[in-house]
Design a protein around this ligand. Structure first.
Ligand SMILES: NC(=O)c1ccc[n+]([C@@H]2O[C@H](COP(=O)([O-])OP(=O)(O)OC[C@H]3O[C@@H](n4cnc5c(N)ncnc54)[C@H](OP(=O)(O)O)[C@@H]3O)[C@@H](O)[C@H]2O)c1
Length: 223
């Protein structure tokens, strides 16, 4: 049994990864900003007699991330796998994007991933653990009306590839996951995608990621 911390575990891909890994017998640490969403996922997992623990944390706030690590240590919880999944988007022509949304996307997708990884590295080094960064095909090629989102995902790709070098010899490895669109609440505030219900389900994508994951550096799902 491994202990797997998933950021953004309250909905979409994060919640599906949580359910599938929990079914395999792993202990899930579900992290996100909204307690109700995390509680609902954990209830589902616990009904199957599997283990789930929740921690509320805004990953874009480094103090909250430090506090999360402290609470984990206080509860004698150590992780084997950190899944940096939490992410948001802002879409449309660049001139139309709100400055506050640009900050939010970079703060969550880029800085949130960096703060969380930095804070958990000492624990991961001790456990010879792993990092999995959920990127997107937006980390592989430019896309129309996705400038800031694509920039954020290229940043996470660069961060991950640099971790490969920096973590050589430490026993910690990092995996970048690239996949296409999914039907999740990610699209609920946006009309960038005409009909998100036509996208693949997050459950299928989660299953595919888990099946393909052999600890390699990159996982490509339908990209
Ligand atoms: N949907 C797609 O088509 C698609 C395609 C490729 C890649 N992706 C990537 O897949 C990942 C998961 O997205 P999804 O589609 O599953 O969307 P989602 O359902 O909206 O899930 C994102 C989760 O992240 C959490 N979150 C957002 N900001 C946070 C913060 N500052 N701190 C902690 N948690 C935060 C949200 O919960 P709270 O608001 O409660 O915190 C939410 O549960 C993202 O990185 C996204 O970029 C999505």
């Amino acid at each position: 049994m491994k202990t797997i911390l998933i950021t953004g575990a309250g909905s979409g891909l994060g919640s599906e990864l949580a359910k599938h890994w929990a079914n395999e017998g792993h202990h899930i640490i579900a992290v996100g900003r909204t307690k109700k969403k995390l509680e609902s996922i954990c209830r589902h997992i616990e009904q199957e007699n599997k283990m789930c623990t929740i921690f509320q944390c805004d990953i874009s706030n480094p103090e909250e991330v430090s506090c999360l690590v402290k609470k984990m240590v206080d509860n004698r919880l150590e992780i084997d796998l950190l899944v940096n999944n939490a992410g948001i988007g802002t879409f449309g022509p660049l001139e139309s994007l709100m400055i506050s949304d640009i900050h939010d996307v970079i703060d969550t997708n880029v800085k949130g991933t960096i703060f969380t990884t930095q804070a958990f590295l000492p624990m991961l080094k001790e456990k010879k653990g792993r990092i999995m960064n959920i990127i997107s095909t937006a980390g592989l090629k430019g896309k129309n009306h996705e400038t800031v989102y694509v920039a954020s995902k290229y940043a996470v790709r660069g961060f991950t590839e640099s971790l490969w070098k920096e973590l050589e010899g430490t026993g910690v490895s990092a995996t970048a996951v690239y996949m296409g669109g999914m039907n999740t609440p990610f699209w609920s505030e946006s009309d960038h995608i005409a009909d998100s219900t036509r996208l693949k389900s997050a459950s299928d994508k989660a299953k595919q990621i888990i099946e393909e994951d052999m600890g390699q550096k990159e996982i490509f799902i339908d990209s």
